[in-house]
Design a protein around this ligand. Structure first.
Ligand SMILES: [Zn+2]
Length: 128
């Protein structure tokens, strides 16, 4: 396995709430209007310090997508998922983009996300 090298971001970024590994830069947010089982989720252009699970087809609110779950390399906890491909033409813009669950991250100011119970949508995510 060897040593774990974590990429460090500068400026305003989100980090893993468990191990503080940096995950994504605030400037790389594409959309904040996604949902997951734990409330809000953000779509990012790029993320760092994650590993990917198996690709699988998953039914989302906006149709079937091929996604891979993403895990923090620091502590192994699931932090979101990557859109590998979308079957619906209107959803193609998500391909190669990343979802991070707000609940799993610390904000730029170190803030925790409190679940407000407005995000209880079944099957996780999608944009509204
Ligand atoms: Zn972590």
């Amino acid at each position: 396995m060897g040593r774990l090298f974590l990429i460090s971001l500068e400026g305003n970024f989100y980090s893993c709430k468990h191990c503080q590994a940096h995950l994504a830069h605030c400037d790389d947010i594409i959309s904040k209007s996604f949902h997951c089982r734990h409330g809000k989720a953000y779509l990012f252009e790029k993320v760092v310090n994650v590993t990917y699970g198996e690709k699988e087809e998953r039914m989302m609110m906006t149709g079937v997508h091929v996604v891979s779950d993403m895990f923090c390399v620091g502590c192994g906890s699931m932090v979101g998922w990557k859109y590998e491909s979308a079957l619906e033409k209107s959803q193609k813009y998500k391909e190669g983009k990343f979802i991070l669950e707000r609940f799993k991250m610390l904000g730029a100011d170190g803030s925790h996300y409190i679940i407000t119970h407005d995000g209880q949508l079944v099957g996780s995510d999608a944009e509204e």
